[in-house]
Design a protein around this ligand. Structure first.
Ligand SMILES: [Zn+2]
Length: 281
C-alpha cells in the first residue's frame, strides 16, 4: 500500500513537472516569436561582431599623394596616459586625393620616428581612398595616437582618432576599412543627418535596429551602424549573406531610402587611373 501511494505521488509530481515544462516552452516560443516579430538586431555591432567583408582591401581606392608638412603643435584628444589635449612635435601629413579631397593625418610623436609615423599614416590612404566621396570630402583629419584603444570621432570637429596598435589589430582581422568607415560617418555625416527630420522619421517608421549597439545608443550610433549595412546593400549586395540582405530589406527600408539620398553623389571614375594620378602636392 505504501509503495502504491508513493508511486501515485511520484506520478502526480511528474505530471506537474511536465505541465510546468510545457508552460515554460510555450512562454519561451511566444517570446521568441514576439522578438522576431519586432525584428531583433542582426548583430551585436556592425564592425567586429561579424565576418562580413563589407569593404574589401582590394576594392579600388581613389589614389592619394601623401606629403609631409613637418612637426607642429596640434590638438590631439584621446591621450591614454594623460589628459593632454595639445601635443607638441606632432608629425603632420596631408593626403591629397585625385578627386581634390584633402585629409590631414596627424601622428603623435610617441609612435616613434618620422619613418614610423609615415608608415602608420600610409596604412590609412587605402581606407580613406575607399570612402564614399561625400565622406572623404567632409573629413578634416585623422588623429593617430600610440597604444591600444577603440577609435572614436568628433562629429563637430569632423575628425576621428585611431590608436596605432588598434590599427594593426583591425588590419589583421580585415576590419580597418570598416573602422575608418564607421568613424568617418560620425565625423562627416552625423552632424548633418543623424538628428535630421528625414533620418528620425525613417527610424521611427522602421521601428527596429540593425545592431544592438545602434539600439542601445540610437542618437549616437544608429546612423554609423546602419550606414555600413545600407551602403553595402546598395552597392555590393552580394557581399551580404542572404539572410542579412533580407534583414536589411525588411528591417530598415525607410532608412535605406535616406541612405540612398546621402550616397547619391557619383564616385570618381577610377578605370584606367594610375596610382600616380593623385593630387600633386
Ligand atoms: Zn560609433
Amino acid at each position: 500500500m505504501l509503495s502504491m501511494a508513493n508511486e501515485r505521488r511520484r506520478r502526480t509530481a511528474d505530471a506537474k513537472r511536465s505541465r510546468l515544462l510545457q508552460l515554460a516552452t510555450a512562454t519561451l516560443s511566444c517570446c521568441l516569436l514576439a522578438s522576431e516579430a519586432v525584428g531583433a538586431p542582426l548583430f551585436e555591432n556592425s564592425v567586429v561582431s561579424n565576418d562580413i567583408d563589407f569593404i574589401k582591401a582590394d576594392d579600388p581606392a581613389v589614389p592619394a599623394c601623401m606629403r609631409y608638412l613637418g612637426r607642429s603643435a596640434q590638438e590631439m584628444p584621446g591621450a591614454l596616459d594623460s589628459d593632454e589635449l595639445m601635443a607638441t612635435d606632432v608629425y603632420q601629413f596631408e593626403a591629397g586625393f585625385m578627386d581634390k579631397s584633402r585629409v590631414g593625418i596627424w601622428v603623435h610623436p610617441t609612435v616613434g620616428s618620422k619613418e614610423d609615423a609615415k608608415v602608420l599614416a600610409g596604412l590609412l590612404l587605402g581606407p580613406l581612398g575607399r570612402l564614399p566621396s561625400v565622406m572623404r570630402h567632409g573629413l578634416s583629419h585623422v588623429v593617430v595616437h600610440s597604444g591600444y584603444h577603440a577609435a572614436f570621432a568628433e562629429h563637430l570637429g569632423h575628425f576621428f582618432v585611431l590608436y596605432a596598435d588598434n590599427i594593426q589589430a583591425r588590419l589583421n582581422t580585415h576590419d580597418l576599412d570598416e573602422t575608418v568607415f564607421h568613424e568617418s560617418v560620425h565625423a562627416t555625416l552625423d552632424d548633418e543627418w543623424s538628428q535630421s527630420a528625414d533620418w528620425l522619421q525613417a527610424r521611427q517608421a522602421d521601428g527596429q535596429f540593425i545592431t544592438e549597439y545602434a539600439a542601445e545608443k540610437p542618437d549616437g550610433e544608429d546612423l554609423a551602424e546602419t550606414a555600413l549595412f545600407g551602403l553595402t546593400y546598395l552597392r555590393h549586395r552580394e557581399r551580404l549573406p542572404p539572410e542579412v540582405a533580407a534583414g536589411v530589406e525588411s528591417m530598415i527600408p525607410a532608412r535605406l531610402a535616406v541612405l540612398r539620398t546621402i550616397f547619391s553623389e557619383p564616385e570618381p571614375e577610377l578605370a584606367g587611373v594610375q596610382s600616380e594620378d593623385c593630387l600633386t602636392p
